[in-house]
Design a protein. Structure first.
Length: 367
């Protein structure tokens, strides 16, 4: 957990929604006080999940895609949520309106803003309601016992939006929804493309090991790791948007298009110019390609980055990746940084992270 705790008094906890079952439990665990979730109505019909939601004091939300004939019951849900806020309770709501596996925050629905503004308006502005954004980022939600970080953002009051709500209700609701979305983006990992995540993970691993922030076989804590991924994602987007030609020419685009990140990579370097006599392409050919790729991506802005790049190639060459047996299974995601194309791509981000930001220019030296 980062930040927090959830303040006392009436609070609307807004969070991104990546796992329908675990998200409410994680927020309940880290909030430091009871929080009642709003959840889609079909979940209340399930034996385990429904029981859990009722124990947590959950309220059902009726969605058009589930049963359009029950949409009118949402008024009762809204009244229940507002009554709980008037009692000083904390309500958790997922304004994306659905759980998903997208790499970025989905467009928010207006329910959270409408509940907040209506609760404050019915109390004539004396409620003191606050909204607290919570960002959930899973290391690998498809894997059992993988890690997750909950980042609790700064609470902000609803009261300043009340005058605008009394004059132009729709515009105020939309404005508050946009504010919630902006604050959620500050505490979540947002990527433009799904394939960016393994690329950035590899870049972060290379960066922390070269900087000796932790040992080569140690995992970086999520408290440091997720903010680093956010910063690297900003640099990747800058490279992609400001200089798409360099993005493609220097290997980042090729790494995205290549089989290494799409899950179809065969033995490391097997299809990348193997030489006769190599027992498998993860040996001499793959190592030579990696050294060449890293050498060509040294940053002339920061000579230390060039030296670090060379050491990455040396350390990979010295490792015991090779084997006398041909490798037939695709590599694990942790092996992606050993693929020459990916290694060159991630080190471009690695080098860019060491220069003053935003950079005036990044000059790429070729040896």
């Amino acid at each position: 957990m980062v930040g927090g705790p959830i303040p006392e008094g009436p609070v609307l906890v807004t969070a991104n929604h990546l796992n329908a079952l675990l998200d409410p439990l994680i927020i309940f665990h880290v909030a430091g006080r009871p929080t009642s979730p709003l959840a889609k109505a079909p979940l209340f019909d399930q034996l385990v999940v429904g029981t859990m939601l009722r124990v947590l004091g959950g309220l059902p939300v009726y969605r058009r895609q589930d049963d359009p004939t029950l949409m009118d019951r949402n008024e009762d849900t809204f009244r229940g949520a507002i009554a709980a806020l008037h009692r000083g309770a904390a309500i958790q709501i997922f304004p994306e309106g659905k759980s998903h596996s997208e790499p970025a925050l989905e467009p928010l629905r207006t329910g959270a803003a409408r509940i907040a503004l209506r609760a404050e308006a019915e109390a004539d502005g004396a409620l003191g309601l606050q909204i607290v954004p919570v960002g959930l980022t899973y290391e690998g939600k498809q894997f059992f016992r993988s890690r997750v970080i909950a980042e609790i953002g700064e609470p902000f009051p609803v009261g300043p939006w009340l005058p605008a709500y009394r004059e132009h209700e729709v515009e105020a609701v939309r404005g508050l929804t946009d504010e919630i979305a902006a604050r959620l983006r500050d505490v979540t990992l947002n990527l433009e493309r799904p394939e960016d995540r393994p690329l950035l993970e590899a870049a972060a691993r290379m960066y922390t090991r070269e900087k000796r922030l932790h040992g080569w076989r140690e995992r970086e804590g999520l408290v440091e790791h997720i903010p680093r991924l956010r910063r690297m994602a900003v640099r990747l987007e800058w490279l992609r948007d400001s200089d798409p030609e360099r993005y493609d020419r220097r290997g980042v685009g090729a790494a995205h298009r290549g089989p290494g990140l799409s899950g179809g990579l065969v033995a490391l370097g097997m299809d990348r110019c193997p030489r006769r006599g190599d027992r498998h392409a993860g040996g001499g050919a793959g190592r030579a390609l990696l050294r060449t790729r890293c050498c060509s991506l040294g940053s002339s802005v920061d000579p230390a980055s060039e030296n670090a790049c060379r050491s990455v190639g040396r350390s990979w060459s010295a490792s015991s990746i090779g084997s006398s047996k041909r490798r037939t299974a695709p590599p694990r995601s942790s092996d992606l940084h050993r693929d020459p194309n990916v290694a060159g791509a991630v080190f471009h981000i690695f080098a860019a992270s060491d220069v003053r930001w935003p950079p005036r220019s990044i000059t790429v030296a070729t040896c």
